[in-house]
Write a protein that binds this ligand. Structure first.
Ligand code: DAK
Length: 261
């Protein structure tokens, strides 16, 4: 039987999803994106999973992009129906996931790989990681939500430079322009990503959920609407058992135990 293009495993409270097509540098074809969606649903639905780390199999790549052979196999409306609609739906689901998500990147994260990172909350890069949006060199432009996510996340002139030139950037530069959180030694990548995920996973899942919703929705709202939304969300949080547990733990000089209620 062929090996699955996606693997999932649990490390304590952290779910790890590995894109597993190392022979083509974990490029995303339609079957892989479909399997990604299925695996993602399992992690989302598992209450014991409080944070999700996404990584690529092998040492050469996180994801080298959309699978160019698969992309080139379609003409006309089939692009929209089979590829565009699917990848947009899946990346949006990733972006709006109620659990915190982290990309752990070794090697290439190009095209759809960088676009996937843009849908993840935090991005940890191994030394030597290479990011970029080379679609323009293929006669394309980033179309998995990348144009819109990038201009909302980094300075417009830097976003345009990346998309107009298709240049690859190294890990240090990716952090410097605000595209990633940190660069770590190659052999520490998973340890660092898992430790960060575990630290976040200790926090209240309810608060993380409402915080993510506040940030994601607020980023696209006018200020007054965003503040009203924040006020409603923090009111829910303030009324939660976890808020009382966190405050009581502080006063009692102990570590809080959050349950998500
Ligand atoms: N797709 C398919 N195969 C790929 C691939 C990719 N993106 N990237 C690498 N491979 C395959 C190579 O063809 C090669 O296969 P074999 O020749 O061994 O059969 C194998 O992986 C190893 O790659 P290389 O031999 O090229 O390895 P090198 O170390 O020499 O070079 C590289 C590594 C990452 C620099 C190079 O492979 C490369 O430039 N890869 C392509 C990177 C790229 O252009 N990525 C962007 C792809 S376009 C859409 C939404 C999103 C998208 C499209 C549409 N809609 C909404 C419709 C996304 C588009 C993209 O991401």
């Amino acid at each position: 039987m062929a090996e699955s293009p996606i693997r999932i495993e649990r490390k304590g409270a952290v779910g790890v999803l590995t894109i597993n097509r190392p022979k083509v540098l974990n490029a995303l074809d339609v079957p892989t994106i479909k399997e990604f969606a299925r695996a993602w649903g399992l992690l989302e639905d598992d209450a014991a999973v409080r944070a999700i780390v996404v990584t690529g199999a092998g040492e050469r790549a996180f994801v080298a992009g959309g699978d160019i052979a698969d992309l080139n196999s379609r003409r006309g409306i089939a692009h929209w129906q089979e590829f565009a609609e699917l990848i947009h739906r899946v990346f949006r689901r990733v972006e709006l996931c109620d659990k915190p998500t982290i990309g752990a990147v070794q090697g290439y994260a190009l095209g759809g790989g960088t676009e996937l990172l843009l849908a993840l909350d935090l991005r940890i890069l191994a030394e030597g990681a290479v990011l970029g949006l080379p679609e323009i060199t293929l006669g394309l432009f980033p179309g998995a939500g990348g144009t819109q996510r990038l201009i909302r996340q980094i300075a417009l002139c830097k976003a345009k430079e990346l998309m107009f030139t298709g240049d690859r950037i190294d890990a240090q530069r990716a952090v410097a322009i605000g595209l990633a959180n940190a660069v770590v030694p190659k052999d520490k990548l998973m340890d660092e990503a898992l430790a960060l995920a575990a630290r976040i996973a200790e926090k209240s899942p309810l608060v993380l959920k409402l915080l993510k919703r506040t940030l994601n929705a607020g980023a696209d709202m006018a200020m007054d609407a965003a503040l009203a939304h924040e006020q409603a969300m923090i009111s829910l949080v303030l009324d939660s058992e976890d808020a009382h547990e966190g405050c009581a733990a502080f006063l009692e000089k102990r570590k809080p135990v959050f349950t998500g209620r």
